[in-house]
Design a protein around this ligand. Sequence first.
Ligand code: SF4
Ligand code: SF4
Ligand code: SF4
Ligand code: FES
Length: 946
Amino acid sequence: MLSKTDRDYGTPLKTSARLVTLEVDGREVSVPEGTSVLRAAALADVAIPKLCATDSLEPFGSCRLCLVQVEGRNGYPASCTTPVESGMKVRTKSEMLERLRRGVMELYMSDHPADRASCAGNGNCELHAMADAVGLSEVRYGFEGRNHLDAARDASNPYFAFDPARCIVCSRCVRACEEVQGTFALTIEGRGFNSAVSPSQHQPFFESECVSCGACVQACPTDALVEKSMLEKGVAERAVTTTCGYCGVGCSFKAEVKGDQVVRMLPNKDGMPNHGHSCVKGRFAWGYATHPDRVLTPMVRERTSDPWRTVSWDEAIGHAARRLKEIRAKYGPGSIGGITSSRCTNEETYLVQKMVRAAFGNNNVDTCARVCHSPTGYGLKTTLGTSAGTQDFDSVFEADVILVIGCNPTDGHPVFASLMKRRLRQGAKLIVADPRTIDLVRAPHVEATYHLPLLPGTNVALINAFAHVVLSEGLAKEDFVRERCEWPAYELWKKFILEERNSPAAAAKVTGVPAEKIRAAARLYATGGNAVIYYGLGVTEHSQGSTMVLGMANLAMATGNLGRAGVGVNPLRGQNNVQGSCDMGSFPHELTGYRHISDTAMRASFEAAWGVRLDPEPGLRIPNMFDAALDGSFRGLYVQGEDIAQSDPNTHHVTAALSAMDCVIVQDIFFNETAKYAHVFLPGSSFLEKDGTFTNSERRISRVRKVMPPLAGKADWEITCELSAAFGYPMRYVHPSEIMDEIARLTPTFSGVSYEKLDRLGSVQWPCNDKAPEGTPVMHVGQFVRGKGRFVVTEYIPTDEKVGPRFPLILTTGRILSQYNVGTQTRRTANTAWHHEDLLEIHPHDAEERGVRDGAWVRVSSRAGETTLRAQVTERVPPGVVYTTFHYQSSGTNIVTTENSDWATNCPEYKVTAVQVMPAAEPGARRAAGTGTEGQGADPHPAAGR
Ligand code: SF4
Ligand code: SF4
Ligand code: SF4
Ligand code: FES
């Protein structure tokens, strides 16, 4: 039988260094000061019955089931709300206690359906378990219950149902929504027998503020709140601990399984990134894995105008390898390449780059991080010495000032946002630098001290102005800089920053944020205690993305905010394994662990292990591959789990490049947009169908475990191995653990990583090696990875993308909670109930000027192309800025984005496009400028394999 949660100690862990010793039923136990008697008893292996308490929530003391006796005291205190005291002698069993508990339980049971078999938990309900524990066999008041039995069931949420008849009004759900999730969507209304749980203002769950995180369902001790999948599929037979396949928070889950079917995904209490919490995607939106749209059979065709032929695996792989070899023989080693997937495992991305380098014989490998966080790699490596966030997520609890720049954690990284909101409710201060009024600016019991709604494209001016305030007001920690950083570079940077053009007054003209507000926010960052920066694609996806990352690292170094808990510079990574795909050598210039391909000694270690000579020259980046394809020199591409035709900028350019190639091999779980230009389709596997590891935003390597067999017969790593073997370079592994062993042998920052260690510790954060055998939660302690930190001058150079009479508004883009990336997965789940189309947010002033009504169609045109979207008139965006998400292929957002990109890494400038918005009669106009053609391929979705 699987329990709703793992062992429950009743109340949360306390971390006081002072230990208190007491006796519980004659057993001596020492616990941190502040611990409850209930938890101390659990630690002494004495189980006290309880209902309203659970160790993920602060105690509430409402059910009175956990009563105990304390020697020398009168009465029967609730053990969950009684803190331990030194020398305390607690008795948990006596006739009186048992009588009292039975009386309490009798009242609860009289108000609850008696039929255990009807519980979704099938006897797993905590209420029934407690009735057994207190020895309640009869209920004198009958089971009719006067309270909620005729109250209507609320099944409005797509994923869980609320049955008031089964509710014991213990308030665990209400507290979970407040304490764990931070949404405050639930209340208990009424008093005594008339009290009842209510979402928002008597609304159904679906219409309330509820964000479907599932914390209340997790906390509910009865089946009042229960997953619909449990009701449909019944109780699971086994559980497999694995890692969420969606975002870079990397939440740990227990996949509960019946046969080969997932019954539910329960967040893992021992999961280090999430501590038992989840969001709507990981918790509920896993149904895409078995969606009928999954392509389960390999397919080939000679030309993209031919119909697809369903073929055997052998034929598909043989055909793909033969075509790549022919191209290579005819056009040279540089004519083919590969793209790794940030959705696949570390082991799988490692194999793709290995195949490209060792089998194809070039370094033409790149990853989707090119279009998101490549500036992070450049900026943090240059200044600090390594391409990753500096802290673990829990470090936020040591932060006093949190600076959020260009990210929207409640939508993009929701479980981390809940942690952050908890810290903010405890009193940390918040600065938000974002053009939009994101939810964090004002959430229940959270309010940003400063919201800086800067114009898209002006980040560097803002960060330079922050630094100007720090330096001109003597707020820099120069002792720290002298000890930890290159002093001459600091002096150079200081001189530059102190120039008037970097002052708040100058920045105000550029950013649109008043100088006084910039000054005040900078002072708070520099003087408010531990200050930490979290940022996202609103920083990186700019023509100056790398400059901004350098600028944030400069600011953190100058104020001494690096190298301990509660501070740092932290990218919030978008995809589940974007950190890992970068770590694994997916970039054309780097092998694993960010080591440059030109490093002869390092390259030699790979040559010895792989038995080949490696090209010392960096290969093509994704945009260079497209350019070379249009030139005719790049003609064959293997794409592992990445929809470049939809996710890369300037769709017309991308599809023209794909159309120009002789052999495009797409390996994916669905027939995506890129597959429309493919010659070979290899059906991939979802995260539920394979073993491996993902690395999250905090550098945490976590196991992905096979929950069900691959639906198409092969895991992605097996497909790559077979393709490589057919190409003439066999890679022999029996299990992905052997691939990780090879990575560990070849990569100093991974040398201590093994599946055995991951199984033992749950997860580790790299660097994990002899110096840090259990991993490194906080980086740069005592010394930066590069030795001395390096300040870099960050000149603000405005983007070439300018507004003007033709295109007077700036379009910027982002995500929404219920959808993920280009929507391939989430659009195939009930998450569409919340977001079934991308909308264009436009300020009322701009809408009125153009005669645009809320909900009406508008044409969005830029220099690159045009598309139509439905308008949402809202003050979330400032005047002059419009915003949309990019989750639906139909919205074609990337048709309008330009080819501008970051100067250092080619990361596209998705966040700044000059556009015009005008009313449109109907949806449909999507075209690239100058082509007159629709931006999407004309190839219909094939029936094969569906
Ligand atoms: S729904 Fe569940 S958690 Fe909420 S009050 Fe009722 S029994 Fe308690
Ligand atoms: S699902 Fe999450 S947000 Fe919704 S009511 Fe429950 S705890 Fe609150
Ligand atoms: S926060 Fe991210 S990793 Fe966690 S459950 Fe949600 S999507 Fe998955
Ligand atoms: S568990 Fe202590 S009062 Fe409910």
